[in-house]
Design a protein around this ligand. Structure first.
Ligand SMILES: Cc1cc2nc3c(=O)[nH]c(=O)nc-3n(C[C@H](O)[C@H](O)[C@H](O)COP(=O)(O)OP(=O)(O)OC[C@H]3O[C@@H](n4cnc5c(N)ncnc54)[C@H](O)[C@@H]3O)c2cc1C
Length: 475
């Protein structure tokens, strides 16, 4: 081995792994990060396209994070990129949902709710009944899906035109397959502890405020969306710059217990097989990549591997299209729109990128990014690029009144976002059992603790604390 052994090896240089590695470095450990791709970042990546007057920026993965935790700003401060952060513009506050072939603004006030055509009068009355619907008995009851919960408490129309499109936007998922306690644990808690959602929102508010104040956290509804002047890539590049032992094009093939009590990690790099050693290993890779790495680690490893293989990742394609502003008739006065499954749309949703954040494109040019596929329409994300782009361009023309595009780019993620399906919590329990059996080995990533950018940053911090505690107890 050419290099000294590390204290910790982090496998996977996506946002979770990079954050964990950086936090461990800050705590004085020697950390080696092994990444199979040519570049760090995982699903995060900002691209540029030259147009008249400068570059247009578009993201192939996340377009923003939500500032729900103070860990985000503290991370940006430690990386020296706080001044690079930009928040969503006030003009982007409006959200649209597709209904009846038209974009309807999501109401933001009670008056707006009463008047909105997004929900029928029947659905609005059904919503008012929520506080009077008896709570489910949780003790011994089977796990419930998000779809079943929302249908039961809020009615089918709220599921179709509010929750299902939201679930499509966050998970590219299907509400009838997602586990309520795994994907939206707070909603289950409100019903269990307070008897319903309205009661939970009112009576649980004081306790939530107290808990949030303790951690300095903000509710998702109150948290600003952020990106960076140079796009989300800024965060990845800054993390990578601070990790002197980040090795790309290094695919980890196996992780084994070493004779000295640590771990031997076998990698393939440019056709060569090498072994790295460390006292602790953090697997920060997608669940389906972690499965073969843990399978050889005894019976607990086999169980965990089977559980990890069971986490489904549907495909998603992101399609960014540039237009001359004069060729778009919609005001683009918002964040974008979500498209409910019942409307049978070609996209999961579309972001008005150049309205969300400043400096995305020179004046006179707009950037729209659409998401195609997900669980509801997996085949669409696997079609040839030109078909995917053509569908999105047609959808934009129909819904936003766009003319001919200046440029379009498709990025396909064949296994995009982990689904917190029914049974997810049991799957995680198998992973916890493995971690208990193999002290020094920990697993993290967006399949655990939340899929959002903010969740991954939080998970990276928590992972670093966990590794420090494990190393201290092993002394
Ligand atoms: C299209 C899309 C849009 C999204 N939009 C948003 C958004 O707008 N807002 C938001 O908050 N979240 C969004 N998300 C979610 C969020 O971006 C991701 O959950 C997060 O970036 C995942 O980070 P990660 O580090 O957990 O995983 P990944 O990014 O998947 O990183 C894992 C890394 O491990 C590496 N790896 C795998 N196997 C090996 C191996 N054997 N050896 C070495 N390395 C390996 C991979 O190459 C990869 O770099 C989006 C996700 C996608 C896919």
């Amino acid at each position: 081995m050419e290099r000294e052994d590390a204290d910790v090896i982090v496998v996977g240089a996506g946002l979770t792994g990079l954050t964990a590695a950086f936090q461990l470095t800050l705590r004085g450990l020697t950390v080696e990060v092994l990444e199979s791709h040519l570049h760090a970042g995982g699903v995060i990546g900002t691209h540029r396209h030259a147009v008249e007057g400068g570059d247009a920026l578009y993201e192939v993965g996340p377009n923003s994070g939500m500032d729900t935790t103070p860990l985000i700003n503290s991370l940006l401060g430690d990386l020296g990129i706080r001044d690079q952060r930009i928040d969503a513009q006030a003009a982007a506050a409006k959200r649209y949902v597709l209904r009846g072939g038209q974009l309807r603004a999501v109401p933001s006030s009670l008056f707006g709710f009463i008047r909105t055509p997004l929900f029928s009068a029947g659905a609005k009355l059904r919503l008012l009944r929520e506080p009077f619907i008896a709570a489910r008995k949780y003790a011994g009851a089977p796990e419930e899906s998000v779809g079943s919960f929302v249908r039961r408490r809020l009615g089918p129309e709220v599921l179709d035109y509010a929750v299902e499109p939201f679930v499509g936007g966050v998970y590219a998922g299907d509400a009838d397959l997602l586990s309520l306690p795994a994907a939206f644990p707070r909603l289950a808690e409100w019903e269990r502890d307070y008897g319903g959602l309205v009661r939970g929102a009112i009576f649980g508010a004081r306790q939530r405020r107290r808990e949030a104040a303790l951690k300095g956290e903000r509710a998702k509804t109150a948290a600003p969306s952020f990106n960076f002047k140079g796009g989300m890539q800024t965060l990845i590049d800054a993390l990578a710059r601070h990790l002197p032992r980040l090795v790309c094009s290094a695919r980890v093939l196996s992780v084994q217990r070493d004779t000295g009590g640590g771990f031997a990690v076998e990698i393939e790099r440019r056709g060569e097989r090498l072994v790295r050693r460390a006292r602790a290993v953090v697997l920060a890779v997608p669940a389906f990549e972690a499965a073969p790495l843990v399978a050889p680690l005894g019976q607990a490893g086999e169980y965990a591997a089977r559980a990890l293989e069971g986490i489904h990742y549907p495909p998603v394609a992101t399609v960014s299209v540039l237009y001359h502003r004069k060729d778009v008739s919609h005001p683009l006065d918002g964040f974008g729109f979500l498209a409910p499954k019942v409307e049978d749309p070609p996209v999961l949703g579309t972001l008005f990128v150049s309205s969300m954040f400043a400096q995305r494109a020179p004046a006179g040019v707009v950037v729209l990014t659409s998401f195609v596929g997900g669980r509801r329409n997996a085949q669409a994300a696997l079609a040839p690029d030109e078909h995917i782009a053509a569908d999105v361009v047609r959808s934009n023309a129909h819904l936003l009144g766009t003319g001919a595009p200046m440029f379009s780019a498709v990025r396909r993620w064949p296994r995009a976002i982990p689904q917190y399906d029914l049974g997810h919590l049991q799957r995680l329990a198998a992973v916890v059992a493995l971690e208990t059996q193999a002290p020094g080995l920990t697993l993290c990533g967006n399949w655990r603790g939340g899929v959002s950018v903010a969740d991954c940053i939080k998970a990276g911090h928590e992972q670093a604390d966990l590794v420090m505690a494990r190393l201290a107890s092993a002394r």
